[in-house]
Write a protein that binds this ligand. Structure first.
Ligand SMILES: O=C(O)[C@H](O)COP(=O)(O)O
Length: 211
């Protein structure tokens, strides 16, 4: 039996718009973010999928994205589990700083390494590996068993918490994950084999503009 796992990054948040490192801070969606969630939700609805359960983080930009997507799906009351294991990477001391100011202070390359490398943590924060060390066990114990039972599972979370999952699902190396950016509000539809490997991946939207 194979199930379906859909991952969606939240729509644009207020701090995405202001170009601030966000991490575990809790800004809400912007009007554009709401629109992105609606577009992603509609793309999912157009596939005819109906979900058995949803997961999201402890942060409102992901929770509100999920709410909008579920509205588009006609499943506003779907059982939803919230857990901080799915929260964004903790950006530590960078949280709240402007990304361009950080580049001016520490240099383009250092900031890129903090943002996209696998194992270099930002000061006082989590590397992607640290993020994966909490996301992956949660996925294995709470999410994957349901998918393997044939359920359709929706996960609304964050750029880096989802990158840590995508890295493993897509079997990406430390070098390859450096170039992966997830667009806001674009659903990724994975069908898994019974042995938990990926049978197919379908991206419902445009990832090319993500940075
Ligand atoms: O936490 C943040 O600032 C964003 O959600 C993701 O940021 P990044 O694209 O710099 O990793």
């Amino acid at each position: 039996m194979s199930g379906t796992l859909v991952l969606v990054r939240h729509g644009q948040s207020d701090w995405n718009l202001k170009n601030l490192f966000t991490g575990w801070k809790d800004p809400d969606l912007t009007p554009l973010g709401i629109q992105e969630a609606e577009t992603g939700g509609q793309a999912l609805a157009d596939t005819g999928i109906k979900f058995d359960i949803a997961f999201t983080s402890d942060l409102k930009r992901a929770q509100n994205t999920l709410k909008i997507v579920l509205g588009k799906l006609g499943q506003p009351d779907l059982e939803t589990i919230r857990d901080q294991a799915l929260n964004e990477r903790d950006y530590g001391d960078l949280s709240g700083l402007n990304k361009d100011d950080a580049r001016a202070k520490w240099g383009e390359e250092q900031v890129h390494i903090w943002r996209r490398s696998y194992d270099v943590p930002p000061p006082g924060g989590e590397s992607l590996r640290d993020t994966g060390a909490r996301v992956w066990p949660y996925y294995l114990t709470e999410i994957l068993p349901r998918v393997l039972r044939g359920e359709k599972v929706l996960v609304a979370a964050h750029g880096n918490s989802l990158r840590s999952l995508v890295m493993v699902l897509d079997k990406l190396t430390k070098e390859e994950i450096l170039g992966v950016n997830l667009a806001t509000g674009v659903p990724m539809v994975y069908v898994l084999n019974a042995d938990s490997t990926v049978a197919s991946k379908d991206v419902l939207g445009d990832m090319s503009g993500a940075h």
